[in-house]
Each structure stands twice: as structure tokens, then as C-alpha cells.
Design a protein around this ligand. Structure first.
Ligand code: ADP
Length: 231
């Protein structure tokens, strides 16, 4: 599936909007934060310091969301480093451990590689794997009552590319979803942004690789990321 010029325009526009919003919203948030700090002793006096704590936590959360949004929509050229793909996968899986435990989903890693090295922007590619694993976690959540959630990450190589397959036994996708899934803002989730896959696709393309997807409604989905090997 090729990402169209329209999709790229949308992403570029989004980057601009995100930067403007980040600027305009962060400043007032910073001053709100400062004044709440000043009010803290008064709230403490009336036994309501808890309110200050909640306000501060929520302001920080809003800031995090802005930061993430800005980060994910900003097209930045990859800063590449040599990295073992297997180590990278293990690091990402570790990051998702508490969430997968909470959702009672097992994640397995199976490598058929002899320590393959790729030249990648580590942060960007980590974000891609994380996006895909999180999508799988969402997908298995909905079928959890029928079968235990399972995600398998399988590493392979054809000598030229490494293949990172992320396979879940979740709800799968229908044809319409399959045809739109790399579109910016396309989401079927109530709280989704629809940005994860479009950004992931762009990142992998910027690395000279590609992403393929197979899915079957009701039984699961597999994404395969191809990245060029070093050497
Ligand atoms: P978001 O996760 O915010 O919805 P994405 O771009 O990551 O945005 O995904 C777009 C849509 O693709 C999702 O809303 C979902 O419908 C579908 N999707 C992605 N990954 C999977 C998966 N592993 N299983 C089923 N559907 C998926």
C-alpha cells in the first residue's frame, strides 16, 4: 500500500497545526501551573491541598499529550545508529510489560536471526514497534472473552532486509479498515488519534523499508516491517 501525496500533505499540515497549538496552549498552561503553586498554601489551610495536586497532575498530562502529538506529527529526518534489531525488540516489549500483564496478554519473541544489525533512528523505530504492539493489545482486548490474547513477534531475514512480524490473535480488520488504515486520522477507536500507523509508515519509508499487513476478520492481524540490513 503506497502512501499518497494527499496523505503526506495532510501530515505536513498536521505538523504545522500541532506546532502552533503546542505553542499557544503551552504558554497559558505554564502560567496556570505557576499560579496553582502559589495557591497551594491557601488550599492547604482549608484542607483542600488535594485540589492543587489534581490540577497539577492534569496540567502535566495535557502537556504530555501536546508533546506526544507534536513529536508524532513532526517529520524529522532519521538520525541513524547501528543497532541490534533483536535488542531493540526486547527493549520495546519490556516497555509494554505492565500493560500486557494488565490486559492478560502474552507476548512472545521468536528470532531466526544471527544478531542482525540495522542502521536506524532508534527512537523513531522504537516508536513504530510500540505503536504496532499497542494496536495489537487493543485488538486482543476485544476478543479476550473468547481466547487469551497473544502477540508474537517473529524476526526473519532474507539477507537483504530484516522482517519484523507482529502478529496478534485479536479481532482482525474488515476490508474498509484495511483500505484506510494508513490514512492520517483514520481510527475506529473512541479514543484513537488515527496517527499511529500513518506516522509509522512514514518512518519506515524514511528508513528505506516498508510495511505490509495481512488480516482476517475475527481471527487476527499481522504487520510485517521490512528494514534494510547493514552490510
Ligand atoms: P489508532 O490506534 O489511534 O486508531 P492507528 O493509525 O494506529 O490509529 O490505527 C488505525 C486503525 O487501524 C485502528 O483504529 C484500527 O481500526 C486498525 N488497526 C490497527 N492495528 C490493528 C490490529 N492489530 N488489529 C486490528 N485493527 C487494527
Amino acid at each position: 500500500i503506497e502512501q499518497s501525496a494527499l496523505q503526506n500533505d495532510k501530515l505536513a499540515m498536521l505538523g504545522k497545526i500541532a506546532a502552533a497549538i503546542a505553542h499557544e496552549i503551552r504558554n497559558p498552561l505554564t502560567s496556570i501551573r505557576g499560579f496553582i503553586q502559589l495557591l497551594r498554601p491557601y488550599l492547604l489551610e482549608v484542607g483542600k491541598e488535594e485540589y492543587a495536586r489534581i490540577i497539577l497532575t492534569e496540567i502535566d498530562r495535557a502537556n504530555d499529550i501536546i508533546y506526544e502529538f507534536l513529536n508524532s506529527s513532526k517529520p524529522s529526518a532519521p538520525v541513524k545508529q547501528a543497532k541490534s534489531i533483536e535488542n531493540l525488540i526486547r527493549e520495546v516489549v519490556m516497555l509494554t510489560e505492565s500493560e500486557s500483564l494488565m490486559r492478560n496478554c502474552e507476548i512472545g519473541i521468536e528470532s531466526h536471526l544471527e544478531d542482525a544489525i540495522v542502521s536506524i533512528d532508534i527512537k523513531q523505530v522504537k516508536q513504530v514497534i510500540l505503536n504496532l504492539v499497542k494496536n495489537s493489545l487493543d485488538a486482543v482486548e476485544e476478543t479476550q472473552s473468547e481466547r487469551r490474547g497473544r502477540i508474537d513477534i517473529v524476526l526473519n531475514s532474507d539477507g537483504q532486509y530484516v522482517e519484523i512480524m507482529i502478529k496478534d490473535n485479536g479481532k482482525g480488520m474488515d476490508k474498509l479498515t484495511m483500505s484506510k488504515l494508513f490514512d492520517p486520522f483514520f481510527t475506529t477507536k473512541e479514543e484513537g488519534t488515527g496517527l499511529g500507523l500513518s506516522v509509522s509508515y512514514r518512518i519506515i519509508r524514511n528508513h528505506g523499508g516498508t510495511i505490509r499487513v495481512n488480516s482476517k476478520m475475527g481471527s487476527g492481524t499481522e504487520f510485517i516491517i521490512y528494514l534494510p540490513l547493514v552490510g
